[in-house]
Write a protein that binds this ligand. Structure first.
Ligand SMILES: [Zn+2]
Length: 178
């Protein structure tokens, strides 16, 4: 198992189309284990493969309360086949620096996917778990939660990000010259 670096917006891989998984082998299992370890280490409640630079339709997540964490779930090639209601809630993303914002999502969803062995599964989720899954499935389509914000909020964030990136670069350059 290994903790992998998480790509940050505006990394172009986060915007790429992700291919469906067709081979369910030991290599996939090892990738899933690495993704879970990376997610727990971050810590996050979900992680999509493109966030670690793998352009495949894979999600790991764990929405259990803190004391019950460790038994993560996997969705491979997931598709939302039904969605109902609407709810606003706060979101952040391991790939988006220093931002939490309200995003509108469906209240309840039904997802068809495959498990780690390739078996077809259907899951229903409501409220916060439904939000987590919609956020992660967006990643598989190259969509980030900032895309759901108003253009004004997004513009403000891009301005803030420029500053963050500049500060990161300065810190790095300073480190290099020491
Ligand atoms: Zn995210």
């Amino acid at each position: 198992m290994a903790i992998l670096p998480i790509l940050k917006y505006p990394h172009p891989i986060l915007r790429k189309k992700n291919s469906p998984v067709s081979v369910f082998d030991a290599e996939l299992k090892s990738l899933l284990a690495d993704m879970a370890e990376t997610m727990y280490d971050a810590p996050g409640v979900g992680l999509a493969a493109p966030q670690i630079g793998v352009s495949k339709q894979i999600i790991v997540y764990d929405v259990a309360p803190p004391e019950e964490k460790g038994d993560f779930s996997v969705l491979i090639n997931p598709k939302i086949i039904d969605a109902e209601g609407q709810e606003s809630g706060e979101e952040g993303c391991l790939s988006v620096r220093e931002l939490c914002a309200e995003v509108k999502r469906a209240y309840r969803i039904v997802v068809e996917a495959q498990d780690a062995e390739g078996n077809a599964i259907t899951i229903e989720a409501e409220e916060w778990p439904a939000r987590v899954l919609q956020h992660e499935i967006d990643h598989l389509n190259g969509i980030l939660f900032i895309d759901h914000l108003s253009s004004l909020k997004r513009a403000l964030y891009k301005k803030k990000l420029k500053k963050i990136l500049l500060e990161e670069k300065l810190a790095k350059d300073q480190g290099a010259s020491r």
